[in-house]
Design a protein around this ligand. Structure first.
Ligand code: 5GP
Ligand code: ZN
Length: 114
């Protein structure tokens, strides 16, 4: 999508610190990390938010979880646990409308979420 920040990052038009990439998924470091590991996993196809996932586009979402599991196995910060979050819509605090999964590791995380 022309005006989407994360589509521009995926295309390399805006620089990012790439963690992982394959044909359908891109993972990069969050620009304002809130944990020792704070990455964002996104599908290369533009899906605005979690409530837009349906049976025609959900294959990439399950693939994102496979990628997260693989990355977790490869990085020691994930050994004791980690958190994956997708904020959907205004009240959840979504600020970039290209679906993304925050991957957080390297410290303890409170629950319930704030
Ligand atoms: P949301 O608030 O939508 O759940 O998460 C958006 C995330 O994108 C935030 O954690 C924010 O720090 C991150 N972010 C916003 N702009 C940029 C950017 O230009 N580059 C990177 N790497 N992350 C960004
Ligand atoms: Zn996009």
């Amino acid at each position: 999508m022309n005006d989407c920040l994360f589509c521009k990052i995926i295309a390399g038009e805006i620089p990012s610190t790439k963690i992982y990439e394959d044909d359908s998924v891109f993972v990069f470091a969050d620009i304002e990390p809130t944990a020792p590991v704070h990455w964002l996993a996104v599908p290369k196809t533009h899906i605005a938010k979690l409530s837009d996932v349906n049976e025609s586009n959900s294959a990439v979402i399950s693939h994102i979880y496979e990628v997260i599991s693989k990355l977790a196995a490869e990085h020691e910060e994930f050994a004791d646990g980690f958190r994956v979050v997708s904020n959907c819509g205004k009240t959840a605090g979504q600020s970039v409308f290209h679906i993304h999964f925050h991957i957080l590791a390297g410290r303890e995380f409170a629950w319930p979420a704030g």
